[in-house]
Write a protein that binds this ligand. Structure first.
Ligand code: SF4
Length: 278
């Protein structure tokens, strides 16, 4: 979280209200989202701003049901917004909260299933100060009731928690990331660089990308490798120089100064930085 705070502050300075975000072109929104990860969220937030301005007179609605009808807002986010911003009695139920509750409600070494936990989460939310309750559970899950080694002696529930000595078994297991390989091409013509919107797996829609191929080991000469996570994948990319002629990649040529100002995904921006052109 500490890493993204400066990016988040920069984002708020540029878009301090719904109107400024709704009015901004998509390209500018994506450019300012750099460093905050998951570009899908930036696209949703942009659509959300437009909905709030158009349908709700620039005021975000407070009911979880209406919030859920808006772009990019699911159960968890609707509950978090309604309870924290508007003091509505609604749960904010996510993986961290499920883990804490599963441990507190465990019986005979087994945590209840997801559906039971979700139901209990709704019943636990108090009328008074529901946002503080939700944030306390989230923080407890993030900082104390850790997935592998919970800090039980520091936990306010340590006297009553049935799991403080032995963690219960759960039905949910975190998937291990799948490994993927790819090649990222650096195609230059003098002081210009070829960029594209195409990606073999349709990732990062709307951003400019260095041309990417879904195979590795396609060239003898590799400049370097980078490794980065993308959703449930851990991707290793060979960064290779490619000739500027031959089979042309759909896209555009940009001079290097222009390329620096375009919205690029973080791994591609890192490549430009490592090449001394970002
Ligand atoms: S006592 Fe331990 S297992 Fe129980 S809620 Fe607290 S940190 Fe989690």
């Amino acid at each position: 979280m500490a890493t993204v705070i400066p990016y988040y502050r920069r984002w708020l300075r540029r878009f301090p209200n719904w109107s400024s975000l709704a009015k901004a072109p998509r390209r500018v929104v994506l450019r300012h989202w750099e460093g905050l990860g998951y570009y899908r969220r930036a696209r949703f937030l942009h659509e959300l701003a437009r909905s709030v301005v158009r349908r709700f007179n620039r005021q975000l609605p407070s009911s979880p049901e209406t919030l859920r009808s808006l772009p990019g807002i699911g159960d968890y986010t609707a509950g978090a917004i309604a309870s924290i911003a508007f003091h509505v009695r609604a749960p904010a139920f996510d993986g961290n909260v499920a883990r804490v509750m599963g441990r507190l409600l465990a019986r005979h070494g087994h945590a209840p299933g997801w559906t039971q936990l979700r139901k209990a989460a709704g019943q636990w939310v108090p009328q008074k100060d529901p946002g503080t309750h939700n944030q306390a559970l989230m923080e407890l899950g993030a900082l104390v009731c850790l997935p592998k080694k919970p800090l039980c002696p520091s936990c306010p529930f340590s006297r009553v928690c049935p799991s403080r000595k032995k963690l219960p078994s759960t039905s949910r297991q975190k998937p291990t990331p799948s490994k993927e390989r790819e090649s990222i091409l650096v195609i230059r013509q003098g002081r210009t660089l070829r960029l594209t919107h195409e990606h073999p797996h349709s990732r990062w829609r709307g951003l400019w990308l260095l041309p990417t191929l879904a195979q590795a080991g396609i060239a003898k000469k590799t400049l370097f490798q980078i490794s980065y996570p993308y959703t449930r994948y851990q991707i290793t990319a060979d960064v290779i120089p490619a000739p500027s002629t031959g089979k042309m990649i759909p896209g555009r040529w940009f001079n290097l100064d222009q390329a620096k100002r375009l919205p690029l995904p973080a791994p591609h921006r890192k490549i430009l930085r490592l090449l001394g052109i970002g």
